[in-house]
Design a protein around this ligand. Structure first.
Ligand code: ATP
Length: 301
């Protein structure tokens, strides 16, 4: 096997593209097997006026895990990817899940599992989870290999307000201290250039303690798009499978640019209805595989 197998722990929505609905297609396009655990099963994302459905509790999560364990599937997972969970008990349990997968793979002489943790908690100054979930993520991040917070999540977790490159670096340092070697703060607005969003990739070598940082920008598109972080994290898994992390970040940024532009072209500009602003995840499969641009990811001195 070439190890393209992901356990993806995220939301499911009937309508639209967030969580597993947004992450599965890009991963599958690149030949990944995606074993999805749906932490919630809802009609649509929480931006809409009405939201109906079911939320998983710890017992249900453990029941699914029991099935995966009993059939010996756990050692299959070269990657664990977590997104929207919004349940303290399940966030806590994921640490044990990753450890169990790690041990199952070790026993079979397989490569170590890589855990991508997107600590999905909120956006643009609005926290949509309880403080106990924030606490649980702080602990879980010590088990993560890669964290992909948005600027708001990075701020909440680190208590450093991310508002420029210097504060982003400081926030990323908190993640490293917590035990996450690779952190991508996916975007933050810059006061001196409102036409772009900046991002930070920060890597700390656990053995030497030395830190290598990279940054870059992408053009800013007016308006809010939901599910961008989920497609980003999935694309990062895809590209980091074969490319170095800085190039993988650049490619994942390129995928999001194409996807947002495609969404705008099809009527989903910044102030259009929520439904028309759902990311057009299935419209341009070629661009999900080969983004038309790759963001420059420049090492910081
Ligand atoms: P999560 O809640 O999953 O952590 P998010 O969707 O809030 O993530 P963002 O940083 O807003 O995270 O978006 C992820 C990526 O999508 C960014 O790195 C950027 O490439 C792209 N993106 C999102 N919104 C815009 C926008 N308005 N203009 C340009 N690019 C955007």
């Amino acid at each position: 096997s070439d190890d393209k197998h992901v356990l993806s722990i995220q939301s499911h929505v009937t309508h639209g593209y967030v969580g597993n609905k947004a992450a599965t297609f890009p991963l599958q396009l690149h030949g990944f097997d995606v074993d999805a655990i749906n932490t919630v099963s809802l009609s649509n994302h929480s931006g809409y006026p009405v939201i109906k459905g079911h939320r998983m509790d710890l017992e249900e999560f453990n029941t699914i895990m029991e099935g995966l364990r009993a059939n010996d599937f756990l050692s299959d997972y070269a990657y664990v990817l977590t997104g929207y969970i919004n349940n303290r008990d399940i966030v806590q349990q994921v640490a044990a899940t990753v450890t169990e997968i790690r041990e199952a793979r070790q026993k079979q002489g397989k490569k170590d599992v890589v855990f991508f943790c997107d600590p999905v908690m909120g956006d643009d100054g609005r926290l949509y989870c309880k403080e106990e979930v924030v606490e649980a993520y702080r602990e879980l991040l010590s088990h993560a290999d890669v964290a992909t917070p948005n600027y708001f999540e990075a701020s909440i977790l680190s208590t450093v307000e991310v508002k420029d490159l210097a504060s982003a670096i400081e926030a990323a340092n908190w993640f490293h201290t917590q035990g996450t070697p690779t952190v991508v703060i996916k975007s933050f607005a810059m006061a001196d250039d409102p036409t772009h969003l900046r991002f930070l990739l920060s890597y700390r070598d656990k053995a030497t303690g030395s830190t290598k940082r990279y940054t870059g920008v992408v053009p800013y598109h007016e308006g809010r798009y939901t599910g961008t972080g989920d497609v980003f994290a999935a694309s990062l898994v895809v590209f980091a499978h074969s490319d170095p992390m800085d190039l993988a970040v650049g490619k994942a940024m390129g995928v999001l640019q194409d996807l947002i532009k495609a969404t705008i072209e099809r009527g989903g500009s910044g102030n259009a209805t929520l439904s028309s602003r759902e990311l057009r995840v299935t419209s341009y499969p070629d661009q999900l595989q080969h983004p038309s641009s790759v963001a420059l990811v420049t090492p910081l001195p």
